[in-house]
Design a protein around this ligand. Sequence first.
Ligand code: 5GP
Length: 191
Amino acid sequence: MEHSDKKIIIITAPSGAGKTSITRYLMHRFPKLAFSVSAATRNPRGNEKDGVDYHFITEDDFKQNIRQNEFVEWEMVYEGKYYGTLKSELIRIWQENKIPVLDIDVKGAIHVQQLYPNSSLSLFIETPSVDELKKRLLSRGTESSETLTARINKAAYELSFKEQFNKHIVNDDLQRACTETQLIVKDFINA
Ligand code: 5GP
C-alpha cells in the first residue's frame, strides 16, 4: 500500500494486560491520533458499538474482504473468530492527517511492523505476571471458563514475542503505565 512514509502506532499485548485502557487514554491525550477500527466476526459485548469499537461483520463478509485484498493484516485471533485491519481505515486516517493507532494481537502487530519498519512505533504492554492477568480477566467478568483458559494459554505464548517490539511497558499500575506510554508516544509524534 502507498503512504509508506506515514506514521503508525501499534499497541499489542496479551489480552487483559490493559492495552485497551491505555489506548483510550492516548486517544484522549493526543488529538493527532485516530483509532483504527478493525473488522471482527465476534459478537459485540456490553456497550460496544458497531463502527466505533469494531466493524462487526459476518464470517462470509470477512472472507470476502480477504479475497478482495482489503486487509493490511488479519488473524483468526480466537478459534473461529477473525479480526483484521482494513486498508480503508488507515487511508481514511492518513487522509485526515492523523496517525492511526492499532490495538491488535501480537501476530498482527509483528506483521504490520514488518510492513512499516521505518514509520511504525510498536508498544508491547505486559502484566506483571500470568496470575495477575488471570485475576484481571476474571474481574472483567466477560469470559466463560473456556475462553478464559484460551486467553491465559495464549498470553503465555504471546509473552515470548515481546523482544520484537520497540518498547515494553509493564502495566503494574495503570496510571503509571499510561504516563510512561504518553511520553513515548509524544516523542514519536513530536507532539
Ligand atoms: P477482543 O475480542 O477482546 O476485543 O480482542 C481480542 C484480540 O484481538 C485483542 O488482542 C485485540 O487487540 C485483537 N485485535 C483487534 N483487532 C484486531 C485486528 O484488526 N487484527 C488483529 N490481528 N488483532 C486484532
